[in-house]
Design a protein around this ligand. Structure first.
Ligand code: NAD
Ligand code: 0WE
Length: 267
């Protein structure tokens, strides 16, 4: 069953083949959507263009979401190319590297501003720019992380940004409701992407995640892509303003602890 036949989707945040945005793009295409890509800037072009070509994506445009002009420009291009669109995916997050270690209270004013601008405001800015061309029945989707709900050492200002991003999701859902456009977020468990590379303690966290999580399985970009298909399809027609976890159940735990061997499983 193809869940996104006839739908047009624009996906922001592809950096390479490990990107969550790439997992979502592939899943969307497998479900019959026509897909367009946006990436951060010239430096990524030689990585993103071949990926786009490999699945026959023609619309591949650079857009630095910290620039109002670049957002306006990509919205114009999308209007010229597609007329209307059905789905917009925001898979973008950024904080300066030095803000992702040590005490949260050491966050600089500038570092706070950058994290909020690129990781939070950009979703709202894109929603505004694309509002006139979103078809009724459409959907906006962003990517969050449990560090916005629960303290995650070193995630720091990104945790505050994710909390604000999830609140934005609810306010946007209210705004877009009358237009019959839904707005949701996926809160994903840890995935080894570019944004996770070089994060201090990520390896340990990643290992413990699969040890403690109810499902004891790591999260793949395919897993996230599949939930994105559902949330952006008519199957989720009455779901908006929600944050859906794709985390092997990790967030339900009160105490993350290694499993005792269960007697029922022995023998
Ligand atoms: P990624 O590095 O592949 O993607 C992040 C993207 O943000 C990159 O494509 C980067 O170019 C883009 N970006 C950064 N600054 C930008 C700017 N100014 N303009 C336009 N684009 C910009 O890593 P990812 O893990 O796929 O991250 C995608 C989203 O998923 C992020 O919001 C991240 O917080 C979220 N997330 C990641 C994980 C994880 O463990 N990897 C878990 C939960 C949520
Ligand atoms: O949202 C993220 C990634 C956030 C991120 C990562 C970087 C690293 C490189 C934002 N900006 C940057 N800037 C850089 O220069 N995740 C959910 C993955 C992640 O990042 C962490 C994590 C997890 C999980 C950082 C600290 C602790 C845990």
């Amino acid at each position: 069953m193809k869940l996104l036949s006839g739908k047009i989707a624009l996906i922001f945040g592809i950096a390479n083949k490990r990107s969550i945005a790439w997992g979502i793009a592939q899943a969307f295409q497998q479900h019959g959507a026509q897909v367009g890509f946006s990436y951060a800037g010239k430096a990524l072009e030689r990585r993103v263009k071949p990926l786009a070509e490999s699945i026959g994506v023609g619309f591949v445009e650079s857009c630095d979401v910290s620039s109002d002009e670049e957002i306006a420009s990509i919205a114009d291009k999308a209007k010229d190319t597609f007329g209307q669109i059905d789905i917009l995916v925001h898979a973008i997050g950024f904080a300066n590297k030095d803000e992702l270690q040590g005490n949260y209270y050491n966050t600089s004013r500038e570092g706070f501003h950058v994290a909020m601008d690129i990781s939070v405001y950009s979703f709202t800015a894109l929603a505004k720019a694309f509002q006139p061309m979103l078809r009724p029945g459409g959907a906006l989707l962003t990517l969050s992380y449990n560090g916005g709900d629960r303290v995650t050492p070193n995630y720091n200002v990104m945790g505050i940004a994710k909390a604000a991003l999830e609140a934005s999701t609810r306010y946007l859902a209210y705004d877009f409701g009358p237009q019959n456009v839904r707005v949701n977020a996926i809160s994903a468990g840890p995935v080894r992407t570019l944004a996770a590379a070089g994060v201090s303690g990520f390896k340990t966290m990643y290992r413990q995640f699969t040890e403690f999580a109810p499902l004891q399985q790591e999260i793949t970009i395919e897993d996230i892509g599949n939930t994105a298909v559902y949330l952006c399809s008519d199957l989720a027609a009455k779901t908006t303003g929600e944050v859906v976890f794709v985390d092997s159940g990790y967030n339900i735990l009160g105490v993350p602890a290694p499993r005792e061997k269960n007697i029922d499983e022995q023998g």
